[in-house]
Ligand binder design. Sequence first.
Ligand code: NAD
Ligand code: MG
Length: 397
Amino acid sequence: MKQTISILGSTGSIGQSTLDVIARHPEKFEVYALTANQDVTRMFEQCQRFKPSLAVMTQPLAATQLRAQLEKAGLKTQVLTGSDALDQVASATEVDIVMAAIVGSAGLSSCLAAAKTGKKLLLANKEALVVGGDVFMQAVQRGKARLLPIDSEHSAIFQSLPEDPLTWSERVEKIILTASGGPFRNWPLEDIAKATVEQACAHPTWVMGRKISVDSATMMNKALEVIEAHYLFGVEPAKIEVVIHPQSVIHSMVQFKDASVVAQLGTPDMRVPIAYGLSWPTRMDSGAKPLDFSSLSAMTFESFEDPTHRARYPGLALAFKALEHKAGMPGVLNAANEEAVQAFLEGRITFGQIHQVNVSTLEAYAPKAPVDLADLMGIDQEARRVAKAHIEGIKAC
Ligand code: NAD
Ligand code: MG
């Protein structure tokens, strides 16, 4: 029997890689719905090729344009619009698997909808978990959803952990997340603050969307991943370590009580964790090239304790700060960062000012513990308001 899938954010980097993997296994998967914000051209191509029952464009104008193009081409895909439509295709009874690949907290509500209805939920959208925190994890538990991480580090950890989660706390000493160090690992410190958008988006080992590329350059991506690991695996922050590994061959590791370390390795290709999530608990072809050990000259590691790296990547410490306060603070950090990265991408602030916005927002707003989606969205909106005011202040200087 084929499994049906909704891909939220199908026109993005993860969405396209997911469709690439699915196209290799037409006997296993059938696309039920595809969603995007406004990229009509790519969505039309995807509808032509994968013939989903539904396509969602969150921007109404984009939905109108797509509807016209599909009609002209004689395609039967029905087009919906608005964020409620995302929840609808994430929770539809026809759907077995949901790939959550929207960028940012815009994907939170649909992730929760999939969790509550017990789907197999492939989570690439790390911001949704960072914002959702315990509320998200409780929805997964109550809805009996199967949550599988797609972020390469978390997929690596999941693959390295024992099968039974009940044994993790007694066996695991710590989680070791690897980080490539991004494009500025060897830059003189004084040049980084003035880096351009093009320089920040030129990741040395991975090809990704613009927001996560900027996050990799500031190291906020790793900060979000520390928070993600905390919620996904129930590990306390003190037991999460980050190490720089520029080659991106080891995708992350688990150290056990007996000092043994288990790691997952592979080429930097997101189709590997995507195929693993889709086929779990079995394995299938991902289309990725295997590692060639004869041409792999070295695997190196650098500590974050190095004072230059601490100064180079000040954003990482914010994850631990946000987790110390826990209730809602990771959501504040995420909202500030989303606004700051957007402002940087639009040329309204400099690269160095992204961190300033994040710090001042965290210092200015301490929310009450969220208990439901409305609380989470309220914190997200208020933190964005605070962050925007800081951005305006910077611009005015
Ligand atoms: P991307 O920018 O390439 O794609 C984002 C997708 O989300 C697009 O389909 C876009 O149309 C849609 N989208 C954007 N804003 C939206 C909104 N407001 N409402 C509805 N849809 C919206 O991003 P990406 O690189 O594919 O990353 C997607 C998610 O996966 C992010 O959370 C990212 O952190 C995570 N992730 C990505 C990678 C990677 O290699 N690209 C690796 C690990 C994790
Ligand atoms: Mg990652």
